[in-house]
Ligand binder design. Structure first.
Ligand code: S3P
Length: 167
């Protein structure tokens, strides 16, 4: 079984995914991490040196390879932008959209320097980017979980519960 966690930056995909995978004793993969390891560069360096378009191609390539494995996969916040990716996600796994109140997300992203897309955005810009993408997260997801106000362990339990009742 393969579980894909999708959602905006700061939604907790990696933290929740890692905990869930540990609990289930299954592999955990983070697509950003996978791409960074593959090209020996940080996402930041990739955006600066190769551009977003190249990063997006690599992201699709990563998804294609990862989707033939099993486990819990945390995806980059922009993975839903390409229809090709959305199709692959939906057809190969169970897709869980982790959302939280945009204000909370902005708070979590405050001071973050590792995410190139938000470096020049103010709070309004970040919320507007989230709003543009929200329908894509909803479109691709089999399960939607709002984690606002949930602790990490409560969010992990909620994901488990919803996956169990889905299958
Ligand atoms: C991106 C999200 C990032 C990373 C890249 C682009 C996006 O992943 O893939 O900086 O377009 O939303 P996280 O969602 O894990 O931060």
């Amino acid at each position: 079984m393969i579980i894909f966690l999708v959602g905006f930056m700061g939604a907790g995909k990696s933290t929740i995914g890692q905990k869930l995978a540990r609990k289930w004793n299954v592999p955990f993969i983070d697509t950003d991490q996978w791409i960074e390891n593959q090209y020996s560069k940080t996402i930041q360096e990739m955006f600066a040196q190769d551009g977003e378009k190249v990063f997006r191609q690599r992201e699709t390539e990563a998804l294609k390879q990862i989707s033939s494995t099993s486990g819990v996969i945390a995806t980059g916040g922009g993975i839903v932008l390409k229809e090709e990716n959305r199709k692959l996600l939906k057809e190969t796994g169970k897709v869980v959209f982790l959302s939280c109140d945009p204000k909370e997300m902005v708070r979590r992203l405050n001071g973050d320097q590792s995410r190139p897309l938000i470096q020049r955005l103010d709070e309004e810009g970040i919320v507007s980017l989230y709003k543009q993408r929200e329908r894509l997260y909803k479109e691709v997801a089999h399960i939607h979980i709002d984690t606002t106000g949930l602790s990490i362990s409560a969010a992990v339990e909620e994901v488990e519960k919803r996956i169990r009742s889905f299958s």
